[in-house]
Write a protein that binds this ligand. Structure first.
Ligand SMILES: [Zn+2]
Length: 295
C-alpha cells in the first residue's frame, strides 16, 4: 500500500508513527472511527484518532486533515508532537491530527469521492448538519456518513470534559489563489487570533482578499470571513444550541474558532512550515482566547 505522493506528502504510516509519539502519560488516545476502504482490490483500515490530555478543563483544540487533499496540517502536526507534549503538561487539550486518513491516503477530499460534483451528495468528515439547528430543526435528519456521526459525538463528548475556548482547524484551499480564513467564534472578523494568523501567513507569502465577497456571498474583511452558516463542525462548536440524539441541548459556545487556509499553489514545504509556525504559537493564542473569555 502506498500513500498518494505526487505533492510530496508524508506517507501515512509515517504520520501514524509520529502521532504515537504523544506521551501516553499525558494523553488518552481514542479511536474515533475505523475507516474501511477497498484499495486495488485489497481491504484497508485506517483509524481516526483523537488525543485528549488526562488533565481536564478549559481547553485548546487542534483539528487537522478533515479534507484528504489538504496535507499541510497533518504533516505539520507530525513534526510538532514534541511541542504539544510540552504544552499538554500545561494546558488541557484535544488533538485530532488526521480526521480523514483514507482521504489523505487516496488524496480524496471526502469519504465517498475525490471531489464534489454537481448533484452529488458528498460525504464530508467535518459535516455537522444533523446537529446544527435552523428555526428549531436540524438541517439534516441523519449524519452524512459514519465519520461525521462519530466525529461529532467525540467533539460533543470532549466538550464536556475539555470545553474548548480556542479551536484551530487546519485546512487548505486549492480553488483560489487568494485566500480568506474563517473566524467562527463570537468576535468573527474582529477575532485577534484570526487577525494574527492572517499576518503570519502574509509574511510567508500567502495572498489574501482584503475585502469583497466570497462566491457564497459572504463579506471578507482583511482576509477573514466571520460566522458562516456552512453546516460544519466549526459552526456546530460555535452554536449555543444543538440537536443531539433527538433532543435540543444547550451547550457553551466556543469563543474563538479559526479555520486556517493555505493555498495549494505554493509548494507543500512552504505550507507545512506555515502551519507549523501557527501551531507553535498555540500557547500565545490560547492566552489571547482566555482574555476574550474574561472580557
Ligand atoms: Zn478544507
Amino acid at each position: 500500500m502506498k500513500t498518494f505522493s505526487r505533492d510530496g506528502r508524508v506517507p501515512i504510516e509515517k504520520l501514524y508513527r509520529s502521532y504515537f509519539g504523544f506521551d501516553s502519560s499525558l494523553w488518552k488516545n481514542s479511536v474515533i472511527y475505523q475507516q474501511k476502504i477497498k484499495y486495488k482490490h485489497r481491504p484497508l483500515s485506517f483509524d481516526i484518532m483523537g488525543f485528549t490530555t488526562k488533565r481536564k478543563g478549559l481547553a485548546l483544540w487542534i483539528i487537522a486533515g478533515v479534507h484528504g487533499e489538504e496535507p499541510a496540517g497533518p504533516n505539520a502536526l507530525s513534526t510538532s508532537v514534541h511541542y504539544f507534549n510540552n504544552l499538554g503538561k500545561k494546558l488541557p487539550m484535544v488533538i485530532i491530527p488526521l480526521a480523514n486518513p483514507s482521504g489523505y491516503f487516496r488524496d480524496w477530499r471526502y469519504v465517498n469521492t475525490r471531489r464534489a460534483r454537481r448533484n452529488f451528495d458528498t460525504h464530508s468528515v467535518g459535516d455537522a448538519e444533523h446537529i446544527i439547528l435552523r428555526n428549531g430543526k436540524p438541517l439534516r435528519e441523519k449524519a452524512v456518513c459514519n465519520e461525521a456521526d462519530t466525529l461529532t459525538r467525540f467533539l460533543i463528548k470532549s466538550s464536556k470534559t475539555h470545553p474548548p475556548i480556542l479551536i484551530l482547524n487546519f485546512h487548505e484551499d486549492e480553488s483560489l489563489r487568494k485566500l480568506y480564513l474563517y473566524s467562527q467564534g463570537i468576535l468573527g472578523i474582529k477575532d485577534p487570533i484570526a487577525n494574527d494568523i492572517v499576518h503570519m501567513l502574509k509574511r510567508r507569502g500567502f495572498i489574501f482578499y482584503e475585502k469583497g465577497m466570497t462566491r457564497f456571498n459572504q463579506p471578507i474583511v482583511n482576509g477573514i470571513i466571520g460566522n458562516v452558516g456552512d453546516g460544519s463542525i466549526d459552526e456546530m462548536m460555535s452554536s449555543g444550541k444543538i440537536f443531539f440524539d433527538g433532543n435540543i441541548v444547550n451547550k457553551p459556545k466556543t469563543k474563538s474558532i479559526v479555520v486556517i487556509e493555505t493555498s495549494t499553489n505554493l509548494p507543500l514545504k512552504t505550507r507545512v512550515q506555515a502551519h507549523r509556525e501557527i501551531m507553535k504559537r498555540s500557547e500565545i493564542f490560547f492566552n489571547t482566547a482566555r482574555k476574550i473569555l474574561s472580557n
